[in-house]
Write a protein that binds this ligand. Structure first.
Ligand SMILES: Cc1cc2nc3c(=O)[nH]c(=O)nc-3n(C[C@H](O)[C@H](O)[C@H](O)COP(=O)(O)OP(=O)(O)OC[C@H]3O[C@@H](n4cnc5c(N)ncnc54)[C@H](O)[C@@H]3O)c2cc1C
Length: 468
């Protein structure tokens, strides 16, 4: 079913319907941060309430005008920018930033979708509670955007991803109706779970306007260790031992490769490296123990001994140490960006198969040429960023034509290893073809039926996740 453009006449109608919310879309809202993809939109709407969102969506539905929801613009798969097709209305939640209510004793907080993750963390902390979602983009990424993409980040191992942190939701469905689902219940088996459907739908089934979020006690004390490991297999052994010792007190278990550390040394030489010479592989372990538990630093030191390790290791002695260790991990993507990858992948693989995958993928890629590979990321979640870089002395532009071939090679292997070609970042518009290629046929039929049932005119985020 074809859509109509968000043209001047329609924009004027929106303005008379909901005064003071519609303006011209500016580059900030139209450009994807990392890839620099530039989208288009007939207008930008910045509603202030769920009723205004509802009125805007109902008008778009009547006129068959597409809507692209916009949170903080930090998505990496062009879900929030539409580079082709009929000009849509861009709908930003940036004015809906209220913390509506906090129940510290229930460990629940209701936030509007435009609130940044960082602001939500602070609101929880102000009540002596933890909102554990944490990702490098948290200063801009929003509650609505992270829920719409079911974002992960560095604390998934202990607290789960965005969907796991959501108890209830308020959303505007594609016909403009409001779903008042802001329950704060942990048990509610009353039919289909719309919350879990909208979480991860990337704005294709409705606009999330507020969420009730799970909070947690603040961790008593936290400690972080950087430990050299001989190989990914050794890192997995250490992960198992760490979980045996600390159980669900392990917040993060991150893998870093020597290649990533080399890139840091090359592009950000001012950053102090933890070990010299640089190791081939290293893990960052973060634990947070409840009040009155064993001392986490002592615990990490004991873990090192009981795991029989002899490699180089650093255990934090202060918050400043922790931050310094994390800074290394968080700067790895920046080092990558400065080198310039031919292809970046955000994959997940069943944990025990990761060493085999890395071996097979590395062998296959090296057979094609002397590419450099930086595999790093949330090992504890089985989620790796598997990034491929041009050989030394060459630029990513020199290898632009290799991208398709490398994508197929990696994603075929991911499928063979029963993994996922998109662990955290979603499908957006970039990976629609991959979903069609690798998605389970029955699941795709069900997804299209759900889309058709909830959004028969196809106005919600056209072309994202499923082809329009
Ligand atoms: C430096 C950096 C680090 C990152 N690290 C991680 C990481 O560790 N883990 C991870 O999972 N991701 C990561 N990301 C990706 C990104 O931050 C997440 O996908 C994030 O969830 C997007 O939130 P946002 O508010 O910016 O949404 P946007 O980018 O604006 O939108 C993302 C998608 O959600 C839709 N959407 C936005 N708001 C709503 C809403 N209210 N209702 C319905 N649909 C909506 C959009 O249409 C789009 O499809 C990173 C990105 C950057 C730039």
């Amino acid at each position: 079913m074809s859509l109509n453009p968000c043209d001047a006449a329609f924009t004027a109608r929106l303005e008379s319907l909901v005064p003071g919310v519609v303006s011209v879309a500016d580059p900030r809202h139209l450009t994807e941060l990392r890839a620099g993809a530039v989208g288009q939109a007939g207008a930008l709407a910045r509603p202030r309430s769920v009723d205004e969102v509802s009125a805007l969506v109902a008008a778009c539905s009547d006129a068959r005008v597409g809507i692209v929801p916009w949170g903080g613009g930090t998505g990496l798969v062009q879900g929030q920018v539409m580079t082709g097709g009929v000009a849509p209305l861009l709908l930003s939640l940036e004015r809906m930033t209220r913390v509506r209510m906090v129940w510290p004793t229930e460990n629940v907080m209701i936030c509007e979708s435009g609130l940044t993750v960082l602001a939500a963390q602070k609101a929880a902390r102000d009540h002596g509670r933890l909102y554990p979602l944490s990702l490098a983009s948290e200063g801009s990424a929003t509650i609505g955007g992270t829920m719409a993409t079911n974002a992960g980040g560095v604390n998934v191992l202990r607290y789960g991803n965005a969907r796991d942190l959501c108890l209830g939701m308020e959303a505007v469905l594609p016909n403009g109706s409001i779903w008042h689902g802001l329950k704060r219940l942990r048990k509610d088996n009353t039919g289909y779970d719309l919350r879990n459907l909208l979480a991860g739908a990337e704005g294709t089934l409705g606009i999330i306007t507020a969420c009730s979020l799970r909070l947690f006690p603040l961790p008593g004390r936290e400690a972080t260790a950087l430990i050299e490991v001989a190989s990914p297999a050794a890192a997995l052994d250490l992960l198992a031992k760490t979980l045996d010792v600390f159980g669900n007190s392990v917040s993060a278990f991150e893998l870093m490769s020597g290649v990533g550390l080399d890139f840091l040394a090359e592009k950000l030489p001012e950053i102090q490296q933890p070990f010299s010479p640089r190791p081939d592989w290293m893990v960052l372990i973060d634990i947070g123990l409840g009040q009155g538990g064993i001392d986490p630093e002592e615990g990490l030191a004991r873990l090192y001994e009981s795991a029989g390790l002899t490699s180089r290791a650093l255990v934090s002695k202060s918050e400043a140490d922790r931050q310094q260790f994390w800074r290394i991990r968080e700067l790895i993507p920046e080092g990558n960006r400065r080198v310039g990858s031919v292809l970046s992948n955000d994959i997940s693989i069943p944990l025990s198969l990761i060493p085999g995958f890395l071996y097979r993928a590395g062998t296959a890629i090296r057979a094609l040429g002397p590419y450099r590979i930086n595999a790093f990321g949330h090992l504890g979640d089985g989620n790796l960023h598997y990034n491929i870089f041009p050989p030394i002395g060459r630029k990513k532009e020199d290898h632009a034509q290799d991208k398709g071939k490398l994508t197929r090679l990696i994603n075929d292997l991911v499928a063979e290893f029963d993994g996922s070609f998109s662990a955290e970042h979603g499908v957006g518009r970039v990976k629609v073809g991959e979903l069609e290629h690798y998605g389970d046929p029955a699941k795709l039929v069900a997804m299209r039926a759900i889309k058709q049932a909830l959004d028969p005119k196809g106005i919600m985020n056209p072309g994202a996740v499923l082809r329009g």
